[in-house]
Design a protein around this ligand. Sequence first.
Ligand code: CP
Ligand code: NVA
Length: 304
Amino acid sequence: MKLKTKNLLTLGELSSKEFLGLIDESIKLKKELKKGGNKPVLKNKTLTMIFQKPSTRTRVSFEVGMYQLGGHAVNLSSNDMQLSRGESVEDTAKTLSRYSNCIMARVYDHELLETLSEHATIPVINGLSDTFHPCQILADFMTIKEKKKKLKGLKIAWIGDGNNVCNSMIYGAALSGIKMSIATPKGFEPDKNVVNSAKKSTDIELTTDPFVATKNADVIVADTFSSIHNLDKKRLQKFLPKFQVNDKLMESAKKDAIFLHCLPAKREQEVTSSVIDGPQSVVWDEAENRLHTQKALLAALIHA
Ligand code: CP
Ligand code: NVA
C-alpha cells in the first residue's frame, strides 16, 4: 500500500482507510515473518535514524525491521552529528536526503521534525517528540485489533498524563471509531487542538476521575508520569496515588479489559506489578508489534 502523506509526524496525517490498512498490513507481515521471513521489499533502501533522546524499542525495532525487509538502517545519536555543533536542521535534511530513503528522528521539540520534513526530499517519521508518538499508536491499535478482533465501538481509558503518547492515541481513536475517556490531574490534559479535532469523529471525554474513565472500558492504558522531557520529581505528587493503575481500577473496567503500556514502565508508580505482570496485560505483544507496524509503515512510505 502507498500513503498520501510523505511524512508521519503526528498520526493525524493519515486517513481512516490508511490507518486501518496499515494495521491489516502489519498483521500480514507478522504472519509472513513467522512463516519463514518477509519479502525483501526494501532491498537497497536505507533508513537514517537520529536520536536526541534514549530509546530501546524504537531503535531496535526500526533497525531490525529494515533488515528483515532487505534494507539497512544507520543509527546516529544527535550528539555525534554536526547538528550538535550548530549545523542547521535544513542542511542536515538536505544532506541526509542524498544518502538515504527515509529519516526517522526522536526529538525534543516537535518543530524540529516539521523543519526536517519541510527540507527533506525523503519521508520523515517521528520516532517520538515531546508532543507526539505516532509509531507507538500503530502498534497499540494493532495489539487491540489482535486481542479484540475489532476496533470500532470499543472504549479506551487513558489514565495519567495527557502526554505525547496520549495525543497520538487520540488521533488513533478518531481514525478507528474508538471512544476514549482520558483521566488526568487538572493541568495535565492532552493537547486541546488534537482533542477538538478528534471530537468530530468520535467521543473523547476528559475527566479527573480514573473510575469514570474505566467504566465499561475495553482497554486501559498507562504511561510514565515523568516523560523524558518532563523529569521533575515533584510531578509525581500530582499523580499518586489517584492515577495509578492497580487491581481495583482494573476491576472497575470490563472483565475482559486489556492493559497497555508503551514501556518503559515504572512499577508501583503509574502501574502496579500485579497489573503489568498480570493476566490482562498485553505489553509484550504491544512491544513486539512496534516491529511489524513500523515495517508496514516503512514499506508504505518508501517508494521505488
Ligand atoms: N515505547 C518506546 O518508544 O520505547 P523506547 O523509548 O524504548 O523506544
Ligand atoms: N511518554 C514517554 C514515552 C516513552 C516511550 C516519554 O516521552 O518519555
